[in-house]
Design a protein around this ligand. Structure first.
Ligand SMILES: O=C(O)C(=O)C[C@]1(C(=O)O)C=C[C@@H](O)C=C1
Length: 99
């Protein structure tokens, strides 16, 4: 237990970082970004493999219900969460997406 506000608190309740904390916090951000990048690449790879299998079987490029489930997971983050979910889905389509 700690009195230090955490990421689970409402944004307005976050305590500003002290100048001494900032270098360590930036190290933590860098580690989080590296892990996110790894996970996003892995997610895209998996999604593309599923898409390739579905298309090889003559199925559709997009599974609407499944995409709605994915987007619902990001609802907590509001409008930006939806954008993030959409970007993940687009990355997963890769070349299948016809971009
Ligand atoms: O779950 C699937 O069937 C997928 O193809 C993966 C995925 C995704 O990236 O989450 C990608 C495309 C589909 O429209 C739905 C979901």
């Amino acid at each position: 237990m700690t009195d230090t506000p955490t990421s689970t608190d409402a944004p307005g309740e976050l305590a500003p970082a002290t100048a001494e904390e900032i270098p360590d916090l930036r190290v933590e951000i860098d580690a989080i970004d590296a892990e996110l990048l790894r996970l996003i690449k892995r997610r895209s790879e998996i999604s593309q493999r599923i898409g390739l299998a579905r298309m090889a079987a003559g199925g559709p490029r997009i599974v609407y219900n499944r995409e709605m489930q994915v987007l619902a997971r990001f609802r907590d983050l509001g409008a930006e969460g939806r954008e993030l979910g959409m970007l993940l889905l687009r990355l997963g389509r890769g070349r299948l997406g016809g971009r």
